[in-house]
Write a protein that binds this ligand. Sequence first.
Ligand SMILES: NC(=O)c1ccc[n+]([C@@H]2O[C@H](COP(=O)([O-])OP(=O)(O)OC[C@H]3O[C@@H](n4cnc5c(N)ncnc54)[C@H](OP(=O)(O)O)[C@@H]3O)[C@@H](O)[C@H]2O)c1
Length: 162
Amino acid sequence: METVLITGASRGIGLELTRQFLALGYNVISTYRGQPSVQLKSMLVNNSLTLHELEVTDEASVANLASKLSNVQLDILINNAGVIGSDEQSMEAIDSKEWLNTFAVNSIAPLMVSRALLGLLETSTNPRIITISSQMGALNRESYGMYAYRSSKAAVNKVMQV
Ligand SMILES: NC(=O)c1ccc[n+]([C@@H]2O[C@H](COP(=O)([O-])OP(=O)(O)OC[C@H]3O[C@@H](n4cnc5c(N)ncnc54)[C@H](OP(=O)(O)O)[C@@H]3O)[C@@H](O)[C@H]2O)c1
């Protein structure tokens, strides 16, 4: 069975992806920040799940994960970890530092994590990298506000296309 790695799996979509991939029989490597959530830890009753800490914007944390997994054949990487950004993202209120933080997580980290795990993916006969974007980043949809989130998802679309 294939092995899938899911970032940002303590809650939300990452947690549900973990649950569903385990139910399908995959070997699942899920990552969390700080401490894994109770819900994520409870899934460890399934021996096909392993958990690792990962702060996607921290190069040392990314390198540490890659070295811990050096013997793993990785088939699917899911860059799921993401942030919506600050509450105030109107033209009048957006804060440039908060905007940069949103880019760090949503646009830059997916490539950095992918790059660090590329060697593991290359051992698979059918490697895939999946990055969770958003329709809010689509250039062909009329959009208002949410500058940081929308632009970070538009950017990651191009990163992954490249
Ligand atoms: N929910 C939606 O309707 C929707 C729609 C379109 C796209 N998306 C995208 O889908 C993905 C998941 O969304 P969600 O709704 O499940 O979000 P969520 O509930 O806010 O969960 C986000 C997850 O990402 C983790 N994370 C955030 N920053 C991180 C960092 N710097 N390093 C490591 N992990 C980090 C969080 O960890 P902590 O638990 O430690 O905070 C959390 O586990 C995101 O990329 C989001 O943009 C969501």
